[in-house]
Structure formats: structure tokens, C-alpha cells
Design a protein around this ligand. Structure first.
Ligand SMILES: Nc1nc2c(ncn2[C@@H]2O[C@H](COP(=O)(O)OP(=O)(O)OP(=O)(O)O)[C@@H](O)[C@H]2O)c(=O)[nH]1
Ligand SMILES: [Mg+2]
Length: 442
């Protein structure tokens, strides 16, 4: 999918990489072209806009890496922002077993094929799987599933024509429990457009089936309407994931990708062919890597960047010890931490750190702290002592937070600094709970 977009991006990047230096105008031109290319690939307008804004912010805020061509650095920024955009939300199927899956979607979107693909997927992981023929609407739907079941050696629970849907749901569930099935997959009837009555019926099925995962199957080739469809389904059934079918085609595909941003439902699988084994877990890095086809450039910039990061961390560790650590350093550290995870960052450079236990960082809190510090003047970042009530109010307004949030951050920053001083004198104990990331969690 997204072949046209791929070609267009390639040419934008080729242009950019020709420049020895990038001006703001170069970046603006490139972003305009990228936005148009995204829209042409059917990416939802607000999503394309947001992505370009994020890239611009990131490109302007980034220091140039001396050893790297600016165009390459831009490619890397684009790569990272797209991965971030696609990377939100939980991936994979919940681990609890037994689990009931519900597959829903428009007519012909690929539900039945996906049901079989998933069944095979779990069977290969040595789980006991069964399929439930829940499409009583389309003639020959049960036979289709039966055939697929035989092909992948997975039992299909099926009831004779005329059996009420409710009975199929109840008895399907009961039989799955009786036979101690780990993964029970319900192939529901398709919906023609977003027919209210049929959606109501589906909601009824979901109510009785109580799925651990309900997946919406979306044809990657559907255009903008895909977003509306997903919203209509999501309003009736608590969806936990998306499957993009026919991702093997050369379709524009941008609409399907946008669903995740608009509805918050993560893409979990890609269907990449008609055969039962043509299913891939959706991994944002892999997907974007294939789209851009510039893995070596991304890796190169990554390496150069991590050298710089290591340098700036060492700088900061020094400043910490000499007690010059400012809010600006805190911000830099925060960004490094977002990128590398807390343990690889500054913490690892400090002496006296007990075990390498992971420290959870609350993303929302990080964004808020970032906004607050960015609303301060350089002077204020260096000398938080000058932050009186009036300044704090201004900062809160500028960052869309409350004065109490600003106060809270400053208090935590202060106690962190004191603690760091202690640690660098070798007197600190119990560090990870109160230390650096402590300012960000809770
Ligand atoms: N190329 C390709 N074809 C697919 C993919 N997934 C499904 N198809 C094909 O799409 C057609 C419809 O698939 P089904 O699984 O029957 O779709 P459905 O949603 O169950 O359809 P209804 O039950 O009629 O609503 C079949 O011919 C499948 O072989 C895919 O990932 N790639
Ligand atoms: Mg079907």
C-alpha cells in the first residue's frame, strides 16, 4: 500500500538531501509537498496537518549534527515522527487465556479471511483455537469458513440454517468453554455501509459474546469513508484494535492509517494476501521503515545523534556535580529520556545507583513539564529562584497549565537538585524512588 506516497517522498527527500544546508524555506517547501502527498494518499486532513506540524517543530528545535547532511537528518525526523504517530496505543492481542475475539467490519472487508488468518496465527503458537460461524446473513458464509477451517486444521463451530443468532453466540461460547479452547474467534456478518439496525444487532452480539478483543477489519483501499465507518462501529462496539486488510495492494491507504489517530484504536495486524498465512503483526518501526526505504540513513543519523546525546549527558552529569544544573538541563534531559528511556540516560552515568530497575515515566506529565519549561525565559530556566507569583502565573497561562502545576514542578526540581548534590557527595541512598524520574511520575 501507499506506493504513490512512497515515490513522492523519495523525490522530496532526494531534493532535500542535495542541499548542503537547509534554510527554513527549504524545510517549509518540503513540508508543503509532504502534506500534499499525504493528502493525495488519502490521509485524513487533520492527521496530515498534525504530522507536518510535529515534524516542523522537531526540525526547528533540533541542533544540526556536524557529521550529517541536513537532508538526512530531516529524513530521520520524518521517520521518527511517523513512527510516533503510528506507535500510540497497545499492540498485540491480550495475553489472558481463554480469550474470545470478535471480528467485525463492512461487507467484503476481509473478516472471514482474517478470522482464519488469526486462527492459524494462534495455532502456530500452540494454542487451542476454534472458529465460530456467526455470519447467518450471507449465503454460503458458513461453508466458506468451514473450508478455511479444514485448510488450516482448526475446528469450526457451525449451526444449521435458521438457528437464531443469539443461540449461535451462546452455544458457541459454551462449546468453547467445554472444549477448553484458548482462543475462540467469532466471524460476524458484514454490515452494508453503516446501517443502524445491523450495527444494533452487532452490539447485541458483542453484549452476549463479551469479547476480550474486538477487531474492526478495514480494507486498506477504502478512502476517507473508512474513518466515518470506524467511528460508527466504535460507537456501538468497544473496539480494541484494527486489522488493515489488503495492505498488499498498491492502494492509497492513507485513510486506513488515519483511523488510529481519529478514533484512538490501534492498528494491530496487516493482511497482506489472500492465503491464511498472509498476516503480519503491525510494528510501526517496520512499517515506516519499509515505506521510506531509507534504513541506512536512519541508522546513520541515529548513531551520530547518540554520540551527541552521550556528550550532552556527560556535560550534564558534570554540571550536576558542580551544582549548576538548570531547568534548561532538566528539559534537555527530559527529551533524552523520552528518546532513550530513563535508564540509558543520565541515571546510568551517576555513581551510587542501586540495581537497574525500570522507572516508569508518565508521558502526559512529561509533556506538561516540557510545556512549562518552554514557557520560561532562559534567565528563568537558569535561576528558578527569580520566579515570583506574577512570573509563575504567566508561565502557567503560557503552557496551558495551572499555577499549582508550575509550583509542583519547581518544588520537585528543587528537591531533586538537593538530592543530586547529596548523591554526588556520595551520601545518597534510596535514589530511584525520589530521584530524577520521581519528578515526572505521579
Ligand atoms: N489481496 C488480499 N485479499 C484479501 C485480503 N483479505 C481478504 N482478501 C480477499 O477479499 C475477499 C473478501 O474477503 P472475506 O474474508 O470473505 O471478507 P468478509 O469481510 O468476510 O466478507 P463478508 O462476509 O461478505 O462481509 C476475498 O476474496 C479474500 O480473499 C488481503 O489481505 N489481501
Ligand atoms: Mg465473511
Amino acid at each position: 500500500m501507499l506506493e504513490l506516497l512512497q515515490k513522492k517522498l523519495e523525490s522530496v527527500f532526494r531534493n532535500l538531501r542535495g542541499y548542503g544546508k537547509l534554510s527554513e524555506a527549504n524545510v517549509a517547501d518540503a513540508l508543503r509537498e509532504i502534506r500534499l502527498a499525504l493528502l493525495a494518499a488519502d490521509v485524513h486532513y487533520p492527521v496530515a496537518k498534525r504530522l507536518c506540524e510535529e515534524i516542523q517543530k522537531s526540525a526547528l528545535g533540533r541542533e544540526a549534527l556536524a557529521s550529517i547532511r541536513p537532508g538526512d537528518q530531516f529524513v530521520k525526523i520524518f521517520h521518527d515522527e511517523l513512527v510516533r504517530l503510528l506507535g500510540e496505543g497497545e499492540r498485540g492481542i491480550r495475553p489472558e487465556r481463554p480469550i474470545r475475539l470478535l471480528l467485525c467490519g463492512l461487507n467484503g472487508s476481509g473478516k472471514t479471511t482474517t478470522a482464519a488468518k488469526l486462527a492459524l496465527w494462534f495455532r502456530k503458537q500452540h494454542q487451542k483455537v476454534a472458529l465460530v460461524a456467526g455470519d447467518l446473513t450471507r449465503p454460503a458464509a458458513r461453508e466458506q469458513l468451514q473450508r478455511l477451517g479444514e485448510q488450516i486444521q482448526v475446528p469450526v463451530y457451525s449451526w444449521p440454517e435458521g438457528t437464531p443468532l443469539e443461540t449461535v453466540v451462546r452455544e458457541g461460547r459454551a462449546r468453547g468453554e467445554r472444549e477448553r479452547v484458548d482462543v475462540l474467534i467469532f466471524d460476524a456478518a458484514g454490515r452494508l455501509d453503516v446501517d443502524a439496525e445491523l450495527l444494533e444487532e452487532l452490539a447485541g452480539v458483542a453484549g452476549l459474546w463479551e469479547p476480550g478483543e474486538s477487531l474492526l477489519v478495514v480494507d486498506a483501499a477504502t478512502g476517507q469513508v473508512a474513518v466515518k465507518v470506524a467511528e460508527a462501529f466504535a460507537a456501538k462496539v468497544p473496539l480494541t484494535g484494527l486489522v488493515l486488510s489488503r495492505a498488499d495492494g498498491d492502494a492509497r491507504g492513507g485513510a486506513a492509517l488515519s483511523i488510529q489517530q481519529v478514533t484512538g484504536i490501534p492498528i494491530k495486524f496487516l493482511g497482506v494476501g489472500e492465503k491464511p498465512d498472509a498476516l503480519q503483526a503491525f510494528v510501526p518501526e517496520r512499517f515506516v521503515g519499509r515505506l521510506l526505504g531509507m534504513g541506512d540513513i536512519v541508522a546513520l543519523v541515529d548513531r551520530a545523534q547518540s554520540e551527541i546525546d552521550t556528550q550532552s549527558m556527560e556535560e550534564m552529569a558534570k554540571r550536576l556535580k558542580s551544582n549548576e544544573f538548570s531547568l534548561q538541563d532538566f528539559l534537555t534531559q527530559l527529551r533524552l529520556m523520552k528518546k532513550m528511556g530513563p535508564l540509558e540516560s543520565l541515571l546510568a552515568l551517576l555513581p551510587g545507583l542501586p540495581g537497574k530497575e525500570a522507572v516508569k515515566v508518565d508521558e502526559k506529565k512529561v509533556k506538561q513539564v516540557e510545556a512549562i519549561i518552554l514557557s520560561m525565559t532562559p534567565e528563568e530556566r537558569r535561576r528558578p529562584g527569580i520566579l515570583n507569583g506574577r512570573r509563575r502565573l504567566r508561565i502557567a497561562r503560557g503552557s496551558g497549565t495551572q499555577v499549582t502545576d508550575v509550583n509542583d514542578l519547581l518544588r520537585k526540581f528543587d528537591s531533586m537538585r538537593k538530592m543530586m548534590r547529596k548523591i554526588s557527595k556520595g551520601a545518597g541512598r534510596g535514589w530511584p524512588k525520589l530521584g530524577f524520574p520521581g519528578a515526572l511520575s505521579g
